[in-house]
Design a protein around this ligand. Structure first.
Ligand SMILES: NC(=O)c1ccc[n+]([C@@H]2O[C@H](COP(=O)([O-])OP(=O)(O)OC[C@H]3O[C@@H](n4cnc5c(N)ncnc54)[C@H](OP(=O)(O)O)[C@@H]3O)[C@@H](O)[C@H]2O)c1
Length: 358
């Protein structure tokens, strides 16, 4: 049976999510919420510059709730728990890259109530958090005994990220180091990366009470003007940032998750670079044996390519969309990656059709 899906928001993740839904053999796009007035009341295809879909966008939560659908892929700029609760209470499963990866706060109790009232599931997933910073290292940890350290980390050229307003006004690139350290980014990333660390240490069987989490933001500044999609970064202004969340048992660091974003590798102080392996996502498990690998194929060949279409964003959208068939079958409640069965991709529709020929 085809699963009917609504896309909520058509930013970078949202537009890739629509693509993933349209290409998925088990899913059908039946609705789409948009934020801006100029995107409202149009065919989704017209909004995204793709062929017409027959699905007309709306800006109304009530209209979305009234649609007969099985699931919503919820990817707005920032999560609104009231919206998510309303979507759940209207009988729709929700998959999202904006939170609820491994939550344990009071708000989750209310989300569980909404899920149970309507018999639906809420699941947070994506790339990091969602895969690199917890699911991938935990899967690899199964291949080791006596695990002592786990790491999941993104190392990227931020010039290939297609949301210049976010890079300038939220990440505070191009500002002074004081502006970056005092900016909102550390707190915005905090909830998701803490959930990644909690999932890792819980799954490894280390009691939360015995763990201390330290978070760190370091900046690098330009030593000469650096041209970037947000304009010229002047000397002394921020052109590199590192965000880390570390879990300690006593003095032993048992897990690290985080991200390094650089405006290229030239003219930085400190002289940070991407290292010999270049841009990548690192997975590291120390135990017997160790597992160390890097995912390099989610970064673009050039920053221009990344601005046009970011493969990490496609991976984020794909992980969410591929989770939908599992999530609609799951028990009601907030279900994390530790609760759900394995999520996989689907073959290209043409392969499935060719194999089905008599
Ligand atoms: N877990 C992961 O691995 C992962 C990876 C990537 C992103 N994310 C998260 O996914 C979310 C979406 O990311 P993105 O790259 O798609 O962001 P984006 O390109 O900036 O798009 C944001 C979307 O939100 C809409 N929007 C803007 N202001 C809004 C407001 N005040 N209220 C409601 N909606 C608003 C925008 O609408 P318009 O298009 O109409 O302006 C756009 O559709 C972010 O929270 C991001 O942190 C998670």
């Amino acid at each position: 049976m085809t699963i009917k899906v609504i896309q909520w928001a058509t930013g970078s993740v949202g537009r890739e999510s629509v693509d993933c839904i349209l290409d998925h053999p088990d899913l059908e796009l039946v609705g789409c919420w948009v934020h801006s007035a100029e995107k409202t009341g149009k065919d989704v295809g017209e909004v995204l510059g793709i062929p017409a879909t027959g699905v007309i966008t709306t800006n109304s939560l009530d209209e979305i709730c009234a649609i007969d659908a099985d699931a919503v892929m919820y990817s707005p700029l920032v999560p609104n728990p009231k919206e998510v609760s309303a979507l759940l209470r209207s009988g729709k499963n929700v998959v999202t890259p904006v939170g609820w990866f491994y939550p344990d706060d009071e708000q989750t109790r209310r989300m569980n109530e909404a899920c149970e009232a309507a018999g639906v599931t809420l699941h947070g997933t994506g790339m990091d958090p969602g895969a690199i910073t917890e699911v991938f290292p935990l899967i690899m940890s199964a291949m080791s005994k006596n695990v002592t350290f786990v790491r999941g980390e993104e190392i990227s050229d931020i010039r290939g990220y297609g949301s210049p307003d976010v890079v300038r006004d939220i990440m505070m690139f191009g500002g002074t180091p004081e502006e970056a350290v005092g900016g909102p980014m550390l707190d915005l990333l905090d909830s998701g990366y803490r959930q990644s660390l909690n999932m890792i240490t819980d799954a490894l069987g280390i009691k939360r009470e015995g763990i201390r989490i330290e978070r760190l933001l370091e900046t690098a500044v330009a030593t000469a003007p650096i041209e970037s999609p947000i304009g010229t970064i002047e000397p002394g202004h921020v052109a590199g940032q590192r965000f880390y969340w570390d879990a300690y048992v006593g003095h032993a660091k048992v897990a690290r998750v985080g991200v390094t974003w650089l405006m290229g590798e030239e003219n930085l102080e400190p002289a940070w670079d991407f290292g010999e392996q270049g841009e990548r996502f690192d997975i590291e498990v120390r135990g017997t044996p160790d597992t160390v690998f890097a995912v390099s194929s989610w970064h673009p060949e050039t920053n221009h390519e990344g601005l046009d279409r970011n493969l990490g964003i496609i991976a984020t959208a794909a992980h969410c969309v591929n989770a939908i068939p599992v999530v609609v079958e799951a028990a009601p409640g907030v279900q994390t990656s530790l609760d759900l069965p394995m999520i996989t991709g689907r073959a290209h529709k043409d392969l499935i059709a060719a194999a089905a020929q008599p």
